[in-house]
Design a protein around this ligand. Structure first.
Ligand SMILES: NC(=O)c1ccc[n+]([C@@H]2O[C@H](COP(=O)([O-])OP(=O)(O)OC[C@H]3O[C@@H](n4cnc5c(N)ncnc54)[C@H](OP(=O)(O)O)[C@@H]3O)[C@@H](O)[C@H]2O)c1
Length: 369
């Protein structure tokens, strides 16, 4: 990675689908990076993505191995479906590239172990796209926590409520148990990460889980029709969800905080992502705050900010995430949201699955074998 000071770092975006549009845009806007290549399963998808972004003369590939050998690639974005994230990440690490890994990072603990080994061995930097850590409301709440506006945090809650279905380009892979695994893993990991983030006492710290108990349910599993809440009618789905669409978990953290988290793919309503943080001297409910810092407070103080209330990738703060990652690379420091940290978030999703089998609280860390 010689010459990083003199030239812009080159970015390869792999997996030319929905989310890749925002990775490209963010790295185009960062003053220290330029997108030098796009790869995907189909060459025409890579070409279309490059054309749409106005990227001329860049490398276009339908093979990750060849794309990784493209001149000047320093950073690789893994934007493929989750069942190939592990192999993509390992290949990028072995090629000595820094890596942006889309969530969920992998489909099993075993895959995560292999990714961690490859990344540690290559000594490359990683950031995982728990992009809400850069959402303005999230940033405000963490600043309030750091400022002791809520006192000692003892409970956090978050819910990922999203009618994941045939409308999503990624649905065909994620609806299947073999490639999607579970609702917590596919989308609910954002809410799991949020309860960890708000349970962490430091400004840039997420809490470490020590025990999980969970239930799953809902009505959609196995149905090949889905409800369109905009038209108020059932329609044929591209295929059935092969796992429960609703999961709820209680999480104990090593610092004593208790988290309550759910994922709901079965909900009949537009996307929402409610959050709650309870402390000994204050409370946050979405963007409403009650705090001992406002002694004359007679009603909730409402923070005018951007809420995590849209599933649209253009609404997500990818710019903040990628700028942070570039800063980490340039300053040679680890991201708070690196692969090691994200492994804790994923462990909670896997612990929930174990709990459905054992019907007992699951102690963490889990054994990867
Ligand atoms: N952080 C967030 O908030 C956020 C938001 C949205 C999505 N995501 C995550 O991002 C990932 C991608 O999601 P998406 O919505 O962008 O899905 P998507 O639109 O289906 O895009 C994935 C792309 O990867 C390509 N692909 C599929 N299999 C491949 C393979 N084996 N090798 C190489 N390329 C392959 C496909 O392109 P071809 O046309 O070449 O087949 C597809 O367009 C998922 O893990 C998803 O959970 C995260």
């Amino acid at each position: 990675m010689a010459g990083q000071d003199q030239r812009k770092m080159g970015v390869l975006v792999h997996g030319a689908g929905w989310v890749s549009t925002q990775h490209i845009k963010a790295f185009q806007k960062n003053p220290h990076t330029q997108v030098v290549a796009v790869s995907s399963r189909k060459l025409e998808s890579a070409r279309r993505r490059a054309d749409e972004a106005g990227l001329e003369g860049i490398g276009l590939y339908d093979d990750l191995g060849r794309a990784l050998r493209h001149e000047g690639v320093d950073i690789v974005c893994v934007c493929t479906p989750q069942h190939v994230h592990a192999e993509n990440t390992i290949a990028a690490a072995e090629a000595g590239k820094h890596i942006v890994i889309e969530k969920p990072i992998a489909n099993s603990l075993k895959e995560i172990q292999a990714m961690r080994s490859a990344v540690r061995k290559a000594r490359v930097k990683t950031v995982v796209s728990f992009v809400l850590r850069w959402n303005p409301l999230f940033e405000t709440v963490k600043a309030l926590i750091e400022d002791n506006a809520l006192g000692e945090i003892y409970a956090t809650e978050a819910d990922y409520q999203h009618d994941i279905g045939s409308w999503w380009s990624g649905f065909e892979d994620t609806r299947k148990k073999s490639t999607g695994v579970s609702a917590f893993l596919v989308g609910g990991c954002h809410a799991i990460d949020a309860v960890r983030w708000f349970a962490g006492r430091g400004r840039f710290e997420a809490a470490i889980p020590s025990e999980v108990f969970a239930y799953s349910g809902g009505y959609r599993k196995g149905r090949d029709e889905e409800f369109d809440y905009t038209l108020n009618r059932w329609k044929k789905a591209k295929g059935p969800l092969e796992y429960d669409g609703f999961e709820v978990a209680l999480v104990k953290f090593t610092n004593g905080v208790i988290g309550k988290v759910s994922v709901n793919f079965d909900c009949i309503m537009p996307y929402t992502f409610p959050i709650e943080v309870f402390g000994s001297h204050g409370t946050v409910k979405d963007n409403r705050v009650w705090s001992h810092k406002y002694p004359g407070q007679k009603s909730w103080v409402t923070i005018p900010t951007v809420l995590p209330d849209s599933a649209e990738v253009t609404h997500h703060p990818f710019q903040g995430q990628m700028d942070h990652f570039v800063d980490c690379i340039l300053a040679d420091r680890e991201s708070h949201c690196n692969l090691e940290d994200a492994a804790h978030t994923h462990e909670i999703a896997f612990a929930a699955l174990k709990c459905y089998r054992t019907k007992k609280p699951v102690k963490l860390p889990l054994n990867a074998s």
